[in-house]
Design a protein around this ligand. Sequence first.
Ligand SMILES: NC(=O)c1ccc[n+]([C@@H]2O[C@H](COP(=O)([O-])OP(=O)(O)OC[C@H]3O[C@@H](n4cnc5c(N)ncnc54)[C@H](O)[C@@H]3O)[C@@H](O)[C@H]2O)c1
Length: 370
Amino acid sequence: MDRVRVGIIGCGNISSSYLTNARKFPILEVMTLADLDVERAKARAREFSVPKACSVAELLADETIEIVINLTIPAVHAEVALQCIAAGKHVISEKPLAVTREDGKKVLAAAKKAKLRVGGAPDTFLGAGHQLARKLLDDGAIGRPVAATAYMMSHGHESWHPDPEFYYKPGGGPMFDMGPYYITDLLQILGPARRVSGIASIAIPERTITSKPKHGTKIKVETPDHVTGNIEFENGCIATVITSFATWYGQYYSPITIFGTEGTLMVPDPNGFDGEVKVWRNDKHQGKEFQPVPFVHRLGYGRSVGAADMAYAIRSGRPHRASGEQAYATLDIMEGFLDASRTGKNHVVKAKYDRPAPLPPGLAEGVLDE
Ligand SMILES: NC(=O)c1ccc[n+]([C@@H]2O[C@H](COP(=O)([O-])OP(=O)(O)OC[C@H]3O[C@@H](n4cnc5c(N)ncnc54)[C@H](O)[C@@H]3O)[C@@H](O)[C@H]2O)c1
């Protein structure tokens, strides 16, 4: 199969993870890196032996690049994705797809018109832990899903992040920062959502940075730092979601748990790929602990697997899994929690969403099609 030539726009923190993991997929040929700061792109290109580093305009003018991986900051994800589409390239963006529904819709519409593909992070749901959780649910291991919980409880980022202010401004907050991992995984396991309720608060209105170099600087919190709500799925399951920057982290909860009519499924942290999956069944495990379930999918994927899947999909003409529609459905639900909190009314989900095809168990190393 012909390799797919890839460019990356945005060479900050997370780019090293993408560049490391892209090497595991021979279909991806990372040719060019670009950033507003070209020196940053050059440094990454040297570090990872990428042939070229240049301006965004130069990358977009290169007709041999088929897919752009957009690793810029959330505020410009949509703008950069639209530039890529205008330049005739498929694009897969880091999360979130956009910071407003309007911008997310513009990206999907532009790609549809140009007959190009749009994808969105996270791609952690393609990890062995999350694919196994979905397979167990689909195979009826816990019966019909009735309830789910998804908890991301933390105290925020001002103790370690060098410049944490943006986490507490509109477009930030725990839901937009971490929600994409949890909501995407719930969608791929449980399917499309019907409606969303929500209550959110600014629980700690002022933060003090304790990391360097801004130690001692105060932050005024201008977006909810504690966001809670429920999602009703079309299959009838109701998920209760909490994302918080206002609580102290504890190990007492499971990141995602699905409760069914026959048992319960513990899903690993959706900010990772391969965590352990555990099941407890009413007919087998009375008086016993949750039982770990052996993996059946390939272990060891990292950020880039979504782009590799898009590359295979382009070559074979099948749908790609980390789709723009999935990223948009996630964005719509995340906004839905905040809208519902503001208005006191449920947000009715209108975005069309189909679960992506599951990954087949037992794939060979570095390939995503059998
Ligand atoms: N850092 C992490 O651990 C992490 C983890 C998962 C996902 N993400 C996501 O990855 C994305 C990038 O995060 P990061 O931590 O690498 O950020 P970063 O600030 O370290 O890097 C972003 C880069 O994008 C460049 N950039 C900004 N606007 C641009 C534009 N218009 N055109 C070209 N380049 C532009 C910046 O110069 C910078 O080099 C974010 O969406 C974030 O949510 C980050």
